[in-house]
Design a protein around this ligand. Structure first.
Ligand code: SF4
Length: 335
């Protein structure tokens, strides 16, 4: 699915996120007053179009997982709006959110931690049907067997427990559980990072096949650009709670504009093939991620950026398009 953004209109948007912030209060003193805020997500806006995969990439602490939980309304946003299929869902009460949960599911990083070890695979996979539908026991069983086979699990294993499966199989159980109620959007929070590299490719291929078969839209969260490369149509790069660059996949890998994105690309090991003989812009990222409680003034990346200049410490760069509307970057080098 290439060039998904081109010729897309409002009716093609599944998810629209406007200026979302998620601040966590930090309490201190005897009276436990709020003394500061941890700015996990700090003014993030983007759209996701029906049928595409938007990859969200950033280091641990960049706010990407919190963003996924806010979109799913597992966490309330501090500010901003979230539109799903044109309906605003950011201000809904939790009981009103329930009807949208059916259309928005999440696959978590740690399948062992996210699956109740006391429930059999059949119970785990059928649970969303029990909560969200009025299907009979027999109908639930039939649907569960069908989805197990789709994700490459044996129906005979339905009475086994999560610990009896490998990591890759447990992630297949999580995927089956997410897909059994036919969601439109699946938020995948580092779904393959806990798996061996060989198993990662199998699970990613499975997710791609399921996307085509069930017309799914993915928000795919990962901490490095190599994982999202094959599955994403577009990629957003997050740093300290903000999107610093967003572009179609090809544009991002061939012509990364932001020094942070260039650094992430430089950290991917390269196998020396004709394809990679072109010199990649080698901006190495050094130093640690600053605290989101007290982020740097101006550009949040300036404390680690080899190209930082005077303006970077006083003025925060906005996410703008230097060349075309599909490739946006927040950096003073392009304004
Ligand atoms: S705005 Fe300045 S500090 Fe920030 S990424 Fe661009 S050059 Fe570096």
């Amino acid at each position: 699915m290439t060039n998904l953004v081109q010729n897309k209109g409002t009716e093609d948007k599944l998810l629209d996120v406007h200026h979302i912030k998620k601040y966590f209060p930090i309490k201190g003193g005897i009276l436990k007053r709020t003394v500061a805020h941890l700015k996990a997500v700090d003014d993030v806006s983007f759209s996701v179009f029906k049928g595409e995969t938007l990859g969200i990439v950033g280091e641990s602490g960049s706010g990407k997982s919190t963003l996924g939980r806010v979109i799913l309304r597992l966490l309330d946003p501090t500010e901003g709006e979230i539109y799903f299929n044109g309906d605003e869902i950011s201000k809904l009460k939790q009981r009103q959110v329930r009807s949208y949960r059916r259309d928005m599911q999440m696959v978590f990083q740690d399948p062992f931690g996210s699956l109740n070890s006391k429930m059999s695979v059949a119970e785990l996979i059928e649970e969303p049907l029990l909560v969200q539908t009025n299907l009979s026991r027999q109908e639930r069983k039939e649907r569960a067997i069908k989805i197990m086979e789709k994700v490459g699990l044996r129906a005979d294993d339905r009475l086994k427990y999560p610990h009896e499966f490998s990591g890759g199989q447990r992630q297949r159980i999580s995927i089956a559980r997410a897909l059994i109620i036919n969601p439109q959007l699946v938020i995948c929070d580092e779904p393959v990072s806990a798996l061996d590299v060989s198993i990662q490719a199998q699970v990613l291929n499975l997710m791609k096949d399921l996307q085509d078969e069930f017309s799914l839209t993915y928000l795919f969260i990962a901490h490095d650009l190599s994982v999202v490369k094959h599955i994403s149509d577009r990629i957003a790069v997050m740093y300290l709670g903000r999107i610093v660059e967003i572009a179609p996949k090809r544009a991002l890998y061939d012509n990364a504009l932001h020094p942070y994105t260039q650094g992430l690309l430089a950290s991917i090991p390269i196998i020396d093939t004709d394809d990679t003989k072109q010199e990649r812009k080698k901006t190495r990222i050094t130093g640690d991620l600053p605290s989101p409680v007290n982020p740097p003034t101006g550009c949040p990346f300036r404390t680690r950026c080899p190209l930082a200049h005077e303006r970077c410490s006083v003025e925060r760069p906005e996410l703008k398009s230097p060349e075309n509307d599909e490739h946006l970057v927040a950096c003073h080098l392009y304004t």
